[in-house]
Design a protein around this ligand. Structure first.
Ligand code: MRU
Length: 354
């Protein structure tokens, strides 16, 4: 799956079929799932065959095309179907802003296109979905370049969950920083939180970093504190699912704990995310919906039971890190610094123009 532009390519679209690398099966098996309609794409997002905020936005874009592809009727009916399909796909997972952002962008492109035939509008939907997919590579590369300027030779960095190529079009956000450091031949190494309950760190980030020959050490989630206290971590870089206008950031459950630890130990804590992750309507973290996932994900590991049957479970998939714990947000336009209410306005202007 490696190509020149990106280390990983977890999403492919060819001849009206969306192919997704099944991330539930990694790193044991590399299996591709073919989605031929929007229901299959919805399910792939919901079941986390494809996961990671930018990646689910990209998949949803193609899903929207598959949802209107066979429409027969007039323009008014087409626009209604487009809206309905957009709402349907957006309901797959609630926290990542990139999902709605991609769908809204395609619908806006259709509405701005003026009076076109239904067949032309279908082509336009596909063209916009492809553009979103390809643009994400450039956004991630820019994030990598800006992020790599924050660290120096010998630094040891920590990351949580998977904000890598697998979570995007192939280059990642937090991991883009690591890929850029490697490209610049700056020696560094990474500690990877395993990230319970679904183990995205152990299964996906460890796999990506190993394949990319970046020195990485896997740790359990409860080990970061003692490493920080021992002075063994010099910086934290994680991704984001949704960023409020004051800088409060939702990311994989456990991120908030890592941020608190970093603050207590005086370690810089960075979020890496493209502008598509910012939610202009969310003033603070209170406005971010947090997904709760099925209980078996906590009771089991990869289908194997590890807790008593029927034990009560709480399984929020994300938490919100308040802006006060964040040293900077690495975006494609540069590193935003506190006070975020001011620096994030630049992103707002960018998003309003697009
Ligand atoms: O539940 P997941 O695996 O989709 O959660 C992913 C994360 O929390 C990532 O850190 C985030 O989406 C950023 S991906 C570039």
């Amino acid at each position: 799956m490696q190509n020149k532009k990106v280390p990983f390519a977890p999403i492919k679209f060819s001849r009206h079929v969306l192919y997704l690398l099944d991330q539930r099966k990694l790193p044991i098996r590399e299996v591709w799932v073919a989605c031929r309609n929007s229901r299959m794409v919805w399910k792939a997002i919901r079941d986390m065959i494809v996961r990671g905020a930018p990646a689910i936005g990209i998949a949803a874009g193609y899903g929207l095309y598959l949802g209107v592809r066979h429409f027969q009727g007039d323009q008014k009916g087409f626009l209604k179907t487009l809206r309905d399909q957009g709402r349907f796909l957006d309901s797959a997972r609630p926290t990542a802003r990139n999902l709605a952002c991609a769908l809204e962008r395609i619908m806006k492109a259709v509405h701005c296109a003026g009076d076109r035939s239904v067949e032309e509008l279908k082509k336009l939907v596909l063209a916009e979905a492809i553009r979103i997919h390809h643009e994400d590579i450039d956004l991630c590369r820019k994030i990598g370049v800006f992020g790599s300027e924050l660290f120096k030779k010998g630094d040891v960095l920590l990351t949580h969950c998977n904000a890598g190529g697998l979570a995007t079009s192939g280059y990642g956000t937090a991991l883009a920083v690591f890929y850029a450091l490697k490209e610049k031949k700056i020696p560094f190494s990474v500690f990877v939180d395993e990230t319970r309950p679904l183990m995205q760190g152990a299964r996906l980030t460890a796999w990506e970093l190993q394949k990319s020959k970046i020195p990485a050490t896997l740790i359990c989630d409860n080990m970061a504190a003692s490493l920080m206290r021992a002075g063994k971590i010099h910086g934290v870089v994680v991704g984001a699912d949704r960023i409020a206008m004051n800088g409060d950031t939702a990311n994989k459950i456990g991120t908030y704990g890592v941020a608190v630890l970093a603050k207590v130990h005086g370690i810089p804590f960075y979020i890496a995310a493209p502008s598509t992750t910012f939610d202009l309507k969310a003033k603070t973290g209170e406005d971010i919906p947090i997904e709760e996932r099925p209980h078996h994900e906590v009771r089991e590991i990869q289908g194997r039971p590890l807790a008593p049957k029927g034990i009560k479970v709480f399984n929020p998939s994300f938490d919100v890190t308040p802006h006060g714990y964040i040293s900077g947000i690495i975006t494609e336009i540069g590193v935003l610094r506190p006070p975020f209410t001011k620096s994030i306005r630049r992103i707002g202007t960018l998003l309003e123009k697009s």
